[in-house]
Design a protein around this ligand. Structure first.
Ligand SMILES: Cc1ncc(COP(=O)(O)O)c(C=O)c1O
Length: 395
């Protein structure tokens, strides 16, 4: 007997992947330029030049036996120290190398952290819309994902919804800001209220609640006035799951880290749990070439001006055609209200106009579709008549 849960997971494709595969077939049929594929969150701007330069230099000047050899399970010490120092100088924290664990991206960071802290039956609260893999990662770590609706009209955090689901089994709250799929950034008030709610609850009930921040889009914010609060400055029991997939346009290279806040009393235990979960899952020694790379280019970000340009163009055009959209302040997604109740039907109709949009049901928010606008500005322009025709088809 195989593990039926895993066999099932391997057989059901996510609706995003399903649509992406459909797009590939459709492009072969009618030509790439005639399909408006907004399905995947694959960065469309190249990695910064500094990445190529650093890689060339590292390869040319490092002993290959060392470069391609194992590092410590939790990552090379000097890499972790450089990142800890960088975080400290940027956010006034006092992290050490031993608060960091290098991973193969945010997906691995999340899986490790959830496995480190969850006992069977523990609950993890998240805010919808949310990244669909949270359910898979939490379930596999023995926990249960409890999704609550985000604030109406803004997709921010609705504290009363969070308070309504806090129980003695609540082990963590998992947030993602800038958010996939809404592009919304949780503001300082959201974070302060969230921290107050979980602190009061855990104090009253003698429980420990961790705040996990999934941050692949931290650097992807478009406007000067948009501030992404750094959770370690607000809450002791906080853990960050970071990734360079989007900030450096390196999703295929699989590199990121976990940072455990050393202000929490039991941080060494939590870090040991992270090391243990990483070991048990076989997620040790993230690729060394890319560990060395992020050490060199720590603080560098891809040119995100194209994403901003795409956001501005798409947002104003869609609103003009009559679509309801909450303005995305970051990431490269837009969550648009479907023009009929059933977003899956709406996404099906969009296909008739060669628009590939992901229905919001899997993100825990039915009635919406996600547009990944990490595409070329030319494609945005070419797609606009299709968006207009789709809207007109409902009039
Ligand atoms: C919200 C969110 N979390 C985690 C991930 C996984 O990212 P990574 O490529 O770093 O594993 C993604 C990828 O799209 C994401 O959107």
């Amino acid at each position: 007997m195989l593990n039926s849960k895993n066999v099932y997971l391997g057989k059901v494709r996510s609706s995003i992947r399903e649509l992406f595969e459909y797009g590939k077939r459709r492009k072969e049929e009618i030509g790439e330029e005639n399909v408006f594929d907004f399905s995947l969150g694959n960065p469309s701007v190249p990695a910064p030049e500094a990445v190529r330069e650093a890689l060339e230099d590292i390869i040319a000047n490092t002993d290959p036996v060392v470069l391609h050899g194992y590092t410590s399970a939790q990552g090379d010490f000097s890499v972790r120290k450089t990142i800890a120092d960088y975080i400290n100088s940027r956010f006034q924290t006092a992290l050490t190398a031993d608060c960091l664990y290098m991973t193969c991206g945010a997906a691995a960071s999340l899986t490790i952290v959830l496995n480190a802290i969850l006992n069977p039956g523990d609950e993890v609260i998240t805010v919808a819309p949310y990244f669909p893999e949270y359910k898979v990662f939490t379930g596999h770590a023995g926990g249960k994902l409890i999704a609550v609706d985000g604030a109406e009209g803004t997709f921010g955090i609705d504290i009363k919804n969070i308070k309504a689901v806090l129980t003695p089994r609540t082990k963590a709250v998992l947030i993602n800001s800038p958010n996939n799929p809404s592009g919304v950034v949780y503001g300082e008030e959201d974070i302060v209220n969230l921290v107050k709610a979980i602190s009061e609850y855990s104090l009253k009930h003698g429980t420990e609640i961790y705040l996990i921040s999934d941050e692949p889009y931290r650097e992807l914010v478009f406007d000067q006035e948009t501030h992404v609060p750094f959770i370690m400055n607000y809450y002791e029991r906080s853990i960050i799951c970071y990734s360079y997939s989007k900030s450096l346009s390196l999703p295929g290279e699989r590199i990121g880290y976990i940072a455990v806040n050393n202000k929490m009393p039991e941080w060494e235990e939590v870090y040991a749990g992270v090391c243990g979960a990483g070991r048990a899952l076989g997620y040790v020694c993230a690729p060394n070439l890319f560990q060395q790379l992020v050490k060199r280019v720590c603080g560098t970000t891809s040119d995100i001006s194209i994403y901003k340009r795409n956001r501005d163009r798409l947002l104003s055009a869609l609103r003009e055609y009559g679509y309801e959209v909450v303005k995305p302040e970051g990431a490269f997604y837009m969550f648009v209200k479907a023009l009929e109740r059933d977003a899956k039907q709406f996404a099906e109709r969009a296909k008739q106009f060669e628009l590939l949009l992901v229905a919001g049901d899997d993100f825990g928010t039915p009635g919406y579709v996600r547009i990944s606008y990490c595409v070329s500005p030319e494609m945005i322009e070419r797609s606009l008549p299709a968006f207009k025709a789709l809207a007109d088809s409902y009039k």
